[in-house]
Write a protein that binds this ligand. Structure first.
Ligand SMILES: Nc1ncnc2c1ncn2[C@@H]1O[C@H](COP(=O)(O)OP(=O)(O)OP(=O)(O)O)[C@@H](O)[C@H]1O
Ligand SMILES: [Mg+2]
Length: 263
């Protein structure tokens, strides 16, 4: 059964200058176990789309279904890693992770174990008692990922989770995410600006148009697993990258032109 169905969804935001149409008539379905990467120019509505799947926002038209039921509120079945790391500044790393586990009703001992396990997984061992202010941007983002993974959601929603990280940390976390995907077979909806990242991680790449965002292309990523950087040398990789780049390039140019002359 289809896990997520985004059924003819449009979204506008009211503003002082009239409504801003962020998304227009998005239709896509996501099957269990898919790893879908969405690429598209800045401001095309990618975060808006993910926020609606997470239940933070509601569509203006159409609906989003999780196993056939409309998503009307935030559910623990979907875990979100935000574009800007979202941690409670008044809680320590351990307390930040513990929050969701308490909500799930886990006992104290199990909570402690999970916290330790996921902090270790993200290379944050020994930082249990540190507050977010005392950590670097990369460490905060890793803690935000640990918090979501510790909750073990069925669907991972990730909004450019690695964009602010240095290249080495990004590569390590990409590999870690591939490993988590391999063992857990979670369904993942992942937003990125990087076509290389999309091709390294996904089983399918969706390309969005400039605002109002629409899905322009949905390309199965046929690169075999397990994947590493050497996949970039294959003919399939170059073919896929060229076709994604051709669609994205025209849309990015539209966005830039819009910014230069807003008429
Ligand atoms: N709460 C809001 N109120 C008004 N307009 C909004 C709101 N949220 C988003 N928008 C507008 O909707 C459009 C899409 O924004 P969104 O953040 O979804 O883009 P994005 O594709 O995630 O961009 P980026 O790649 O830069 O993160 C933008 O024009 C933005 O200004
Ligand atoms: Mg965004």
């Amino acid at each position: 059964m289809t896990l997520i169905e985004i059924a003819n969804v449009s979204k506008s935001f009211p503003t002082g200058q009239g409504p801003v149409e962020a998304l227009r008539d998005i239709h896509m379905t996501i099957e269990p176990g898919e790893f879908v990467c969405i690429v598209g120019p800045s401001g095309c509505g990618k975060s808006t789309l993910l926020n609606m799947v997470a239940g933070f926002e509601q569509p203006t038209r159409g609906q989003i279904l999780l196993q056939g039921k409309p998503i009307t509120t935030v559910t623990s079945r979907c875990g979100m890693v935000f574009q800007q790391y979202a941690l409670f500044p008044w809680k320590t790393m351990a307390e930040n992770i513990e929050f969701g586990l308490k909500m799930q009703g886990l006992g104290r001992v199990e909570r402690r174990e999970r916290i330790r396990e996921y902090l270790r997984l993200m290379g944050l061992e020994g930082f249990e008692d540190a507050y977010p202010d005392a950590l670097s941007g990369g460490m905060k983002q890793r803690a935000a990922i640990a918090r979501v993974l510790a909750n073990d959601p069925e669907v991972l929603l990730m909004d450019e989770p690695f964009a602010s990280l240095d290249a080495m940390t990004r590569q390590l976390l990409q590999e870690e995410l591939l490993r988590i995907y391999d063992v857990s077979k979670k369904t993942i909806l992942f937003i990125t600006h990087s076509i290389d990242e999309a091709l390294l991680l996904s089983t399918r790449v969706c390309v969005m148009s400039a605002r109002p965002g629409r899905i322009m292309a949905s390309l199965p990523n046929t690169l075999p697993f397990p994947r590493d950087a050497s996949a970039q040398l294959s003919e399939t990789y170059l073919r896929l990258k060229t076709s994604i780049w051709d669609s994205v390039q025209a849309e990015v140019q539209k966005t830039l032109r819009l910014k230069v002359s807003p008429s």
